[in-house]
Design a protein around this ligand. Structure first.
Ligand SMILES: [Zn+2]
Length: 507
């Protein structure tokens, strides 16, 4: 008999440059992608979640030179900090690729380059243009903002080189068709509109190599032309494939879905250049781009002078679940958002501790006290119970659909609506009064409905707050990811899920 395997899914973050330690903006991207990956696993799908670092960038080389260390040890040390951040935030990455020290990445890039060349997709040309090293891209004069980089506000360099070009212009029509028809899903819609707008103009061929001397020799040399290194974006985009190693066909070509989570600043690299490169080598395309916005800190753009830049002290002081919660609930997933320390503390107290933590602790304390720590069976239902159980039944589909639309903030809002309803239900049904007046059957029913609500909340929170979800399921003596309540299970209240923070100050 043939075994039916679970549908396979590929999910990735972008591979960020490692010229500096990771900041809150990348923490946001990690947690968004992690929710998508965990939600697929919750559905029973077989997931490969890829993250990593883009090492072969001139700005990494320049940053290393400024710090007085060798480029390789500089990028490796920074890559380690990205891994540490992912681990601190409980990000469930399956494969982490650092492009300068991955065993098969160089070979993947060289093979793709040779395939492009064999298909007549590459040619050499003398080139001059304005280059932003921070963006690692050339700009047309018309794209500039008062002669400065529109992304960084910095002066551009005039570069004159003999480079290799990719025949990107040939792909204008196929790309318009792909993006316009919705064959590639893009959230939000505004990102699709922007990409289509870009394709309305002339699509110039893409410069895909750099002078090796200018790149200080750090990068992957063009096969048969050691005077050039391969453009860092071509190199980095192929990291998604090399990360899969020998499982590339299984988790890329044969997956049901291939999702890239990216910031809006690099939508064009994924929605135009990456798609065209894949078309050129006849490789399977991604199915979805989830484009998140930029994060400000207290209304200010994240910069090196900003001391809230580093997410790790926040994780150390408040725990990974609190940081995940804020980024996922208080930042609209596909819009720009703000990290505000005051709102962060308020959200922790009002939502995590007083709503969620309180519902869990009071419900379990009631079961401990009035039901001998055992989940009671469901009895006769009254209107309040039916309303609560109906809300329970609706929650998981609603949450999973919102995740599919990349509206993670909406999904969490839906979970907390049930949490609030659960707290109101405790007040309305007053189990302590039922105990005093000896209404034991009614009391058992109420406690059953409360336990079901906790389990439903735990299930729906699994992609967002994995440790909290696990702790709630465990307190109810159910395996993580359970949806259906098992009467008779022994209840063990956990310690406070969101203890009061002694220090209210920002780290
Ligand atoms: Zn720039």
């Amino acid at each position: 008999m043939e075994t039916i395997s679970a549908p396979r899914c590929f999910i990735s973050t972008a591979l960020p440059y490692v010229n500096a330690a990771p900041h809150l903006g990348f923490a946001l991207e990690l947690v968004i992608a992690d929710v998508l990956a965990r939600a697929q696993r919750l559905r029973g799908n077989d997931v490969r979640f890829v993250s990593g670092t883009d090492d072969h960038s001139l700005k990494n080389v320049l940053a290393a030179a400024r710090s007085g260390t060798s480029t390789q040890s500089f990028v490796s040390a920074h890559a380690a900090r990205f891994r540490e951040l992912a681990s601190a935030l409980d990000i469930s990455i399956d494969a982490f690729v650092s492009t300068s020290d991955h065993p098969t990445h160089r070979q993947t890039v060289e093979t793709v380059w040779s395939a492009l060349e064999a298909r007549g997709q590459l040619y050499q040309k003398h080139y001059r243009g304005l280059y932003c090293t921070d963006c690692e891209q050339f700009y047309e004069p018309a794209e500039l903002d008062l002669e400065l980089c529109p992304e960084h506000g910095t002066k551009l360099d005039w570069i004159e080189e003999h480079n290799w070009f990719f025949r990107l212009g040939q792909y204008r029509e196929p790309l318009i068709e792909l993006l316009g028809s919705g064959r590639i899903q893009i959230a939000p819609e505004s990102a699709r509109t922007e990409l289509l707008g870009f394709l309305q103009g002339e699509l110039r061929d893409l410069c895909v190599s750099r002078d090796a001397a200018r790149a200080r020799g750090f990068g992957i040399a063009v096969p048969c032309d050691p005077s050039q290194v391969i453009y860092v974006w071509v190199d980095a985009l192929l990291g998604y494939l090399s990360a899969l190693g020998s499982e590339r066909t299984r988790y890329w070509a044969e997956s049901c879905s291939r999702t890239h989570v990216i910031g809006r600043g690099i939508a064009r690299f994924h929605g135009v250049y990456w798609l065209a490169l894949l078309l050129a080598i006849e490789e399977v395309l991604p199915t979805r781009l989830c484009v998140h916005g930029y994060l400000t800190v207290e209304g200010r753009k994240i910069s090196k002078s900003n001391n809230h830049l580093d997410p790790r002290p926040w994780v150390q002081a408040w725990g990974s679940e609190a940081v995940r919660y804020y980024l996922l609930r208080h930042v609209r997933t596909t819009r720009d958002g703000d990290f505000d320390p005051t709102r962060f503390a308020q959200a922790y107290d009002a939502e995590l501790a007083n709503q969620l933590g309180n519902l869990v602790s009071r419900s379990l304390a009631l079961v401990e006290r009035y039901a001998a720590s055992t989940v009671p069976a469901q009895g006769d239902l009254q209107p309040h119970d039916r309303a609560l159980l109906l809300h329970n039944a609706r929650l998981a589909p609603e949450v999973l659909e919102a995740i599919e639309r990349c509206e993670l903030d909406r999904a969490l809002e839906a979970v907390f609506e049930l949490v609030r309803q659960g707290n109101r239900y405790v007040d309305q049904t007053a189990p302590w009064t039922l105990a005093r007046t000896g209404e034991h059957a009614r009391l058992a029913s109420v406690l059953h409905c409360l336990c079901q609500t906790l389990l439903t909340v735990a299930y729906a929170l699994t992609p967002f707050l994995p440790s909290t979800a696990r702790a709630i399921a465990c307190a109810l003596d159910h395996p993580p990811g359970s949806e259906t309540l098992r009467p008779g299970a022994k209840v063990t209240p956990p310690g406070p899920l969101f203890p009061k923070q002694p220090a209210r100050l920002s780290p």
